[in-house]
Design a protein around this ligand. Structure first.
Ligand code: 5GP
Ligand code: ZN
Length: 136
C-alpha cells in the first residue's frame, strides 16, 4: 500500500523525481538531499511501512540485500574507506520521515563526521538487570 500524503512513497514510486543510484522491483535507492558525507543514500521501499516495527520480515531482509548492493556501488564508485548503515525508528531515535528507510553513509578517512554514540558505563549489576528484564 502507498500513503498519498507520504513524500517517500512519492519519491520511491517515481512520482517525485530523485537522484536514483539503483533500483529493483521493491526498492529505490536515492541520494539524501542533506548528506552526512558524499554519496549518503537512502533505501526506500516502494510500499509504505512506517518503520521497522511495521515492515514485514521478507521486506526487511530484501532491504538489507538492497543496502548491500548500494554499499558495494558507493564503495567502488566513490572510493569510500568505510561505511555506516543507520536506520532510525520513532521520534526518540531521530526518525523524521515516517516511511521506513535505511541510511547508507560512505565514510572517508578524516571526513569529520560523528555518527557513533557516546558509550555509557553501567556496572555489572546494571547490565545483569537489563539482561534479566529482556529475558523474562
Ligand atoms: P530520518 O531522520 O527520518 O532517519 O532521515 C530522513 C532523511 O531524509 C534525512 O537525512 C533527510 O536529509 C532526508 N530527506 C528528507 N526529505 C527528503 C527529500 O525530499 N529528498 C531527499 N533526497 N532526502 C530527503
Ligand atoms: Zn510512505
Amino acid at each position: 500500500m502507498k500513503d498519498h500524503n507520504c513524500i517517500f512513497c512519492k519519491i520511491a514510486n517515481g512520482d517525485i523525481p530523485s537522484r536514483t543510484i539503483c533500483e529493483n522491483e521493491k526498492f529505490r535507492v536515492i541520494l539524501d538531499n542533506g548528506p552526512a558525507t558524499e554519496g549518503h543514500a537512502l533505501v526506500l521501499p516502494k510500499e509504505h511501512f512506517a518503520d521497522l516495527f511495521e515492515i514485514p520480515a521478507d521486506w526487511a531482509a530484501d532491504a538489507m540485500k538492497t543496502a548491500q548492493a548500494a554499499a558495494e556501488l558507493l564503495k567502488e564508485k566513490l572510493g569510500a574507506d568505510g561505511l555506516n548503515i543507520v536506520q532510525n525508528n520513532g521520534e526518540a531515535a531521530g526518525q523524521t520521515v515516517r516511511h521506513f528507510h535505511m541510511h547508507i553513509i560512505p565514510r572517508y578517512n578524516g571526513d569529520g563526521q560523528n555518527i557513533l554514540w557516546k558509550p555509557g558505563h553501567p556496572s555489572d549489576a546494571e547490565l545483569d538487570e537489563t539482561c534479566k528484564k529482556i529475558l523474562r
